[in-house]
Design a protein around this ligand. Sequence first.
Ligand code: SAH
Length: 346
Amino acid sequence: MDIKKKDIRALTKEQLREFFEKEGDKAFRGNQVYEWLWSKGAHTFEDMTNLSKETRQMLEDNFVINHIKVDVMQRSSDGTVKNAVRLHDDLIVESVLIPTKTRTTACVSSQVGCSLDCKFCATSRLKRMRNLNPDEIYDQVVAIDRESRLYFDRPLSNIVFMGMGEPLMNYNNVLKAIEKITSPEGLAMSPKRIVVSTSGVPKMIKKMADDNVKFKLAVSLHSAIDEVRTSIMPFNATFPLADLREALVYWYQKTKNRITYEYVVWEGINDKRKDVDALVQFCKFAPSKVNIIEYNPIDDGEFQQAKSEAIDMYKNVLEDNNITVTVRRSRGKDIDAACGQLANKE
Ligand code: SAH
C-alpha cells in the first residue's frame, strides 16, 4: 500500500465532487466515481469504464482503493459459508453467510478481535487489534451478497452484527456502514432487516435511541442475575444489569422497537428455576422476546450446553408468562462458523 495516497473510499460524495471541481473537471464526475465505488463495488480505477483514460490515471496518481479480499472461503455441509477476510493491513476478520429456505443472512464483524472477555466466546481469546472502517464492514456485506446470488440465486436479505467484535464499541463506523448499506446509492436494504447485537453498553444504547436508528437491537443477556452474568461476562461488573435495564427502557420509549435477548443455557451456570424467574422479571421492563441459542463448544470444555429439560423449562416458564421465545439450532458448526466460534483458526 502506498502510504502517501489517500483511500478514496474515505471521501464522501460531496468531497469527491469538490475534488473534481478543484481539478478543473465537472463536479458530476464525483457522482460517477461514487457510484463505481459503492453501487458497483469497483476495486480498481481501471474498472471505471465511463471515465476517460486520463481521469482514471489522475485518480490512480492520487488515491488507492483499500478494499477487502476474501482470502479463504469455507462451505459447511448445511450450506453456511464462512469468509476469512483480509484487510488492507493484512489483518483478518471472519464473516458468515447463513442460508435458510426463505432468507440469506450475513453475519458480519465490527472489530478485529474483541476487547470484551466473555468466557464462552472464542473471539475473546483474540486481542482487540483495531476497529473496522465503515467500508470494511460494508465490503463484508457486499461479498456475502455476491456469494448469495452465486450459490443461492437470490440477494442477501438480512444482516446481523454478530461476528467478531462489539459493535457498540465501534458505534460511529457501524452506523456509517449501515447508512451505506441502507442508502439507495449502496445496497438499498431496509434497516428493519438489520440487527445490531451487543453485550450491552448502556451509554451507547441510549445514544442509539437518541439517534433514532431504524435497525433492530439484540442484547446478549445470558443471565439476568448480576453475580452470574459477571462471572461469565466480566464486563457486567462495569455495566451492571440495573444500568442496562435503564438503557433498554429508554431505548423502547424512544424507538418503540422490541428488544431481542440472546440467551445460552449452560449446565450448572444458569439452568435453574431462579435463573428463569430472573429472566422473566427482566423481560417485563420493556417489550422483548428471547432467543435461546445453542452453545457452540470452544476448545476447553469449561462450558456445557444445559440438558434439554432445562431448555424446556425456560421455554415453558417464558411462555406461561406470555414472553415470546424461540429455541434456535446452530449453523455451520463443522467449519467453526457458528456464534462465538469465530477465531481465525485457519
Ligand atoms: N459482541 C456482540 C456480538 C458478537 S457475539 C454481542 O455480544 O452481542 C454474537 C452472539 O454469539 C452473542 O449473543 C454471544 O453471546 C453469542 N456467543 C458467543 N460465544 C458463543 C458460543 N460459544 N456459543 C453460542 N453463542 C455464543
